[in-house]
Design a protein around this ligand. Structure first.
Ligand SMILES: [Zn+2]
Ligand SMILES: [Zn+2]
Length: 197
């Protein structure tokens, strides 16, 4: 999770090397093949330029999903999560409210018809409402992020616990191996002595 989109694109993605494994994979955003295979022989008929030039496939490091870089950039202009798995990738910036110029345009357009005071009140109400919606939006995103972080932590704890159990099992079995090893070693010694005799 990154603090902004710029940081996500700087550190959260990696380019994919051309590979036959990925030849048939499609970009989920535009549905075109990602076509990460370099050979022009593999291009379908009618494509003058290699399709791979249309896409610069990149993998999202946190979830491993691959999309065309251009498609992902366009997608994340209006969103903040992976198009494939909805994982939140960065904290979205607040949507800007109307500019001073826009507010003045509305004010001068409506004040003669409705009067200065009612138009001013309407504009203030609108701005308050926008702020409220924006706060709600950010709160719901932060809640979703918290849930996501909790899931990741739970998964990690489970993984560590599984590792501990495996390790404990191995430790319990270890004495058996030691005895059998010793027995083998003794047998080998006996055999050597037999040979000498
Ligand atoms: Zn695409
Ligand atoms: Zn994903």
């Amino acid at each position: 999770m990154y603090l902004c989109m710029e940081e996500f694109f700087a550190r959260g993605i990696e380019t994919i090397a051309a590979s036959e494994d990925n030849e048939l994979r499609d970009c989920i955003i535009c549905q075109d093949p990602l076509h990460m295979i370099p050979s022009p022989n593999s291009l379908p008929d009618g494509f003058a330029t290699p399709i791979r030039l249309c896409h610069h496939p990149v993998r999202i490091k946190s979830c491993g999903h691959t999309h065309g870089l251009e498609c992902l950039s366009a997608w994340l202009k209006t969103g903040y999560s992976c198009p494939t798995c909805n994982r939140i990738l960065f904290v979205p910036e607040a949507l800007p409210g109307p500019s001073e110029e826009e507010i003045n345009d509305v004010f001068y357009e409506l004040k003669n018809e409705y009067g200065e005071r009612p138009v001013t009140i309407a504009i203030i109400n609108y701005l308050n409402h926008h702020d409220q919606l924006e706060n709600q939006r950010r709160q719901s995103i932060m809640a979703a992020i918290a849930v996501q972080e909790q899931k990741i932590q739970e998964k990690e704890r489970k993984r560590v616990r599984e590792m501990e159990i495996k390790w404990e099992d191995n430790v319990e079995e270890e004495p058996d191996w030691d005895t059998s090893d010793n027995e083998d070693a003794e047998d080998a010694e006996d055999a050597d002595m037999d040979g000498e005799l």
